[in-house]
Design a protein around this ligand. Structure first.
Ligand code: APR
Length: 174
């Protein structure tokens, strides 16, 4: 499993099978990456999202990508950070696991994630990166040979540094 962190606007990435959207439980759009994904995909994305009737925190659902350069969007709903004793770590981990499960079930080999929950939802980015990378590596050990490449599209330097540091640490590449 190749893990990479890049500085990028996830809506511009065109070299993966699916991008993941950091949505809210309504799946009807919002700000941040959710707003960017819906703006770039166009109104047909919202039309399809309406048919999904929401998504509980920690779970994921897939739609087409429409006007996005990628074919599919996996919408997942991260936990809101409440200090760390409200099951946030497990819920964030299940966002990554469930998104990768959908990708693997569809035979996708590459997925790009944003830094789920670390914006509006306030999850500390270093803690989120640790959970994100360990969950992806755990998935790779349990479902070998499915998804081959995971990218984190980081919107700022601090987020990029956090994910790069966790990848180096957990992949033992330092
Ligand atoms: N590409 C990549 N990353 C982005 C982009 C983009 N175009 N826009 C924002 N980000 C980054 C943010 O800088 C942050 O690092 O995505 C990360 C997640 O931030 P949010 O988008 O605020 O997502 P989250 O913290 O999970 O909060 C979700 O915000 O937008 C609403 O509808 C959404 O209610 C939901 C909540």
């Amino acid at each position: 499993m190749i893990l990479e962190a890049v500085k990028a606007d996830i809506t511009k990435i065109d070299y993966v099978d699916a991008i993941v959207n950091a949505a809210n439980e309504s799946l009807l759009g919002g700000g941040g990456v959710d707003g960017a994904v819906h703006r770039a995909a166009g109104s047909k994305l919202l039309e399809e999202c309406r048919t999904l009737h929401g998504c509980p925190t920690g779970e994921a659902k897939i739609t087409k990508g429409y006007d996005l350069p990628v074919g599919y969007v996996i919408h997942t709903v991260g936990p809101i950070w409440h200090g760390g004793s409200w099951d946030e770590e497990r819920l964030l981990s299940s966002c990554y696991y469930n998104s990768l499960k959908i990708a693997a079930d569809r035979g996708f080999t590459s997925v790009a994630f944003p830094s789920i929950s670390t914006g509006v939802y306030g999850y500390p980015v270093e803690k989120a990166a640790k959970t994100a990378v360990s969950t992806v590596l755990d998935f790779a050990s349990k479902e070998p040979g499915s998804v081959e490449k995971v990218i984190w599209a980081c919107f700022d330097d601090r987020t990029l540094a956090a994910y790069q540091a966790e990848i180096d640490l957990q992949k033992g590449t330092i």
